[in-house]
Design a protein around this ligand. Structure first.
Ligand SMILES: [Zn+2]
Length: 381
């Protein structure tokens, strides 16, 4: 099995050996279709990590490159919000080696980079992808440069440095950081291990879908809530559910509710007017740094996935984020502000659905909902 990338715009195929981060035409790269399988009799005997689904990941069957790198990521618990809400389920994604869901994508991406002979990785991040990449790169024996906005939580910067990575703190917003890293890549300073552009990242986050299927014994939820900045969990999960659908294991993909932060919501703005593409916005400030992406590169794919599931985009109001964080903490879940925004967005959706005149797809009283808790509170200020 030889994996190829395919350009989303011109359809040209590229071997990952090319180390391209986008097509020469400027288009985004995706992983071209490859044969996958789900041998559940075997899967159920394996350790509780995302690698139990290895026949669905882009590695040849006898590859062991991931075994030297895994930190036991994945197979995070699904627990009810509280005893009064047995159908509101939380997937506790911060129970990961570096305390965020990003470990799913980074573990696959670093394993692929290692197999390609990469010795130095570079990435830009609002924090969590950087902390994850620095940990896995260090384990793989690679050098690592991480570019973060100057405003990034000092705890995340400390976590990145602890793994031996070089941290570049860039003045200005998240876009200035993205710009700085692309300059570094274009002057050949290393391999761009981007959780936005590198399509292997989404091969890792797709295991989120497989776990939900397996952990709920195939009793699929009605609604899935996702925080959306660059869409790295939403898109991966969408690909995972598509694979389950094509494999005949599920009959439909649950409705996706995407949450953006008030102050930086280009996807929400596009969705409100039924557009298939999002225009960049000006980030006017939000505590939800993990989803404060003014110009998400994969905006078309994110919107396609939301429309295809009969989904919706909601904006989490600024003043509701801190109360949402406290409410989750009162139930035992200490999360970072971006994750609080996800829960605040869900509550806002419920409030609007109950008040709406039928414009919002409402939840049935017994609808089963899954909300991911993507990042641990201890990482934030
Ligand atoms: Zn192209």
């Amino acid at each position: 099995m030889d994996i190829h990338f395919v350009c989303h715009d011109c359809g040209k195929k590229h071997h990952p050996r090319s180390l391209l981060w986008r097509c020469p035409c400027g288009g985004l790269l995706d992983v071209d279709q490859f044969t996958i399988s789900f041998p559940f009799d075997e899967i159920k005997k394996r350790p509780a990590t995302m690698w139990r689904y290895r026949e669905a990941l882009p590695f040849v069957s006898d590859s062991t490159v991931w075994e030297a790198l895994t930190l036991g990521e994945g197979y995070t618990p699904i627990v009810p919000l509280d005893s009064k809400s047995p159908n509101i389920l939380l997937k506790v994604e911060y129970m990961m080696p570096t305390l965020s869901f990003k470990d799913r994508g980074v573990a696959v991406l670093v394993a692929k980079a290692k197999a390609l002979g990469v010795t130095k990785v570079i990435a830009d991040s609002s924090g969590n992808a950087g902390t994850s990449l620095s940990a896995y790169a260090s384990r793989a024996g690679m050098k690592c440069d991480i570019y973060v906005p100057e405003s990034t939580s000092p705890k995340k910067v400390l976590q990145i440095s602890a793994h031996g990575a070089t941290v570049h703190r860039i003045p200005g917003n998240r876009e200035a950081t993205a710009h700085a890293v692309i300059e570094a890549i274009e002057s050949n300073q290393g391999f761009y291990a981007s959780h936005v552009y590198n399509p292997f990242f989404y091969q890792g986050t797709k295991t989120y879908a497989f776990e939900i299927f397996e952990q709920l014994n195939g009793e699929m939820p009605d609604v899935l809530v996702f925080p959306v900045g660059n869409g790295s969990l939403l898109l991966g999960a969408y690909y995972g559910f598509q694979e389950l659908l094509h494999g005949g294991m599920i009959v439909k993909i649950p409705r996706f509710i995407a949450v953006q932060a008030e102050g930086c919501a280009p996807i929400a703005q596009a969705f409100r007017t039924g557009k298939k593409t999002a225009e960049p916005v000006v980030n006017t400030g939000t505590a939800a740094e993990g989803i404060a992406i003014a110009a998400p590169a994969r905006h078309r794919q994110i919107l396609d996935a939301i429309y295809a599931t009969g989904g919706f985009v909601i904006t989490a109001p600024k003043e509701k984020m801190e109360p949402a964080r406290r409410e989750l903490a009162s139930k035992g879940f200490y999360v970072e502000p971006t994750t609080a925004a996800t829960y605040a967005g869900f509550l806002e959706y419920l409030a609007q659905a109950h008040n709406s005149t039928g414009n919002l797809p409402g939840f049935e009283p017994d609808a089963k909902v899954i909300i991911p808790l993507c990042g641990a509170g201890i990482k934030a200020n």
